[in-house]
Write a protein that binds this ligand. Structure first.
Ligand code: GAL
Length: 411
């Protein structure tokens, strides 16, 4: 009798898997090298589990969601949600979609799958609102990191990788004298300059004060903000002339093409460099931005469940796959990110990613502005405009005052 019961439970479970059919629309901005490959690896895992579900890959190109976020908002507000969508943990999800009542809490599913304790509490906290979890993190990217061409660094004769701003500026001068682009930037889309600025800011304020900007402990009138603008201005003397015509991956590619020595970018650049055939430690090295050792600027991509998702059951299956060890270990080694799950298999990750895993465990975690976690979108957009104008004018006081005003209005 017991055997019969067990058999029928198995048969039922099997039937449920087999009967999964229909469509699943996944919305993201992952179209660049590394990003797209990683997304497809995740689709493969989904298909292994649910072969009869057809995935609609709804992507809108543009790094950091430059174009995708606006399209998504129109769809969500117009009652036409995708089944699930890429969104940064924190303000980007909560302010826009959770407080407005457009998302379903997913806490019951995470409990049912027994995975509430399989993510760092800090990370799950940023995915939550008023005690309910609203999205599940598929990865953890690091923002305050820079990559460098080992060949150029050796050519120029830089023996120790700089850890302070003055040492770093000296290195940039040496590289320039040797005829290379010292620091590559591609700010065709404004966020990449903000991305650089926020890491400089983190270095000058330190993690405790930087995090204080978001809970009201620290004001933007803090001198560290002005100093960050000054360092940023100095760095702009060493970037490629065509920076405003390039996207983030074009700037990263300048390393591979032996034109530029350093590139500041989140570690999706690591995923991208690997698609070009480069290997960590062999072809490229990395370091936390000067003065930011011990801090980890966290950028986490998550997915949730919009209310009225057209294919709700498949959306829940998607969340189950991306939150599984199998899903995370298929996605992250390609994406250039570390798994959000604490029980993933480190053996599958390269030397850069294992370095990042170690730092993530021990460093102070700091949310990114450019990638939606620290502050409401209105502040991030204002900062993008201010930094963009600042690159043209170089007027530190004007930029500082504008940042203070933007903070007063939007935080
Ligand atoms: C970030 C996102 C990353 C990566 C990057 C460039 O905002 O979190 O996963 O895709 O944009 O597009």
């Amino acid at each position: 009798m017991k055997k019969l019961l067990v058999l029928s439970v198995f048969l039922l479970a099997g039937l449920m898997v087999l009967s999964a059919s229909g469509k699943l629309e996944i919305f993201s901005w992952w179209t660049a090298g590394g990003e797209e490959d990683a997304l497809f690896a995740l689709y493969d895992v989904f298909h292994e589990n649910y072969p009869d579900v057809e995935i609609i890959n709804a992507t809108v190109a543009g790094g950091a969601g430059t174009n995708a976020k606006a399209v998504l908002k129109t769809r969500m507000l117009g009652g036409n949600p995708p089944d699930s969508f890429q969104v940064h943990a924190g303000a980007e999800l909560n302010d826009t979609y959770v407080v407005t009542g457009l998302m379903e809490p997913i806490t019951p599913f995470l409990k049912e799958w027994g995975i509430m304790d399989k993510f760092p509490k800090d990370v799950l906290d940023i995915c939550s609102y008023e005690g309910e979890v609203y999205s599940v993190p598929v990865n953890i990217h690091r923002g305050n990191v820079m990559f460098y061409s080992k060949e150029i660094i050796e050519d120029v004769g830089i023996e120790t990788i700089p850890t302070t701003w003055p040492e770093f500026i000296d290195a940039l001068k040496k590289i320039e004298d040797a005829g290379y682009i010292p620091l590559s930037l591609g700010d065709k889309n404004k966020w990449t300059a903000t991305h650089l600025f926020e890491s400089v800011l983190l270095g000058l304020l330190g993690p405790y004060q930087y995090n204080g900007l978001w809970d009201g402990r620290v004001s933007f009138e803090n001198e560290g903000v002005k100093k960050a603008l000054e360092v940023f201005k100095e760095l702009m003397n060493y970037v490629n002339e065509d920076h405003s015509a390039l996207a983030w991956q074009d700037a990263t590619r300048l390393l591979y093409e032996k034109q530029a020595a350093f590139n500041v970018m989140g570690d999706w650049a690591e995923g991208y460099l690997k698609t070009l055939g480069w290997k960590p430690e062999e072809n490229f090295g990395w370091m936390a931005l000067p003065s930011t050792r011990g801090s980890f600027m966290i950028v986490s991509d998550t997915f949730g469940l919009p209310k009225n998702a057209p294919n709700r059951s498949n959306a829940i299956r998607w969340l189950k796959v991306i939150s599984s060890v199998e899903g995370q270990d298929a996605f992250n080694p390609i994406k250039g990110s570390i798994p959000a799950r604490i029980d993933a298999n480190p053996e599958l990750y390269d030397v850069y990613l294992r370095w990042s895993m170690e730092d993530f465990k021990t460093n102070a975690l700091c949310p990114s502005i450019a990638h939606g976690s620290a502050a409401p979108e209105a502040f991030a957009t204002a900062l993008n405009d201010i930094i963009n104008r600042f690159i043209a004018t170089g007027n530190v006081d004007e930029a500082w005052n504008s940042i203070i005003e933007a903070a007063e209005e939007n935080l």
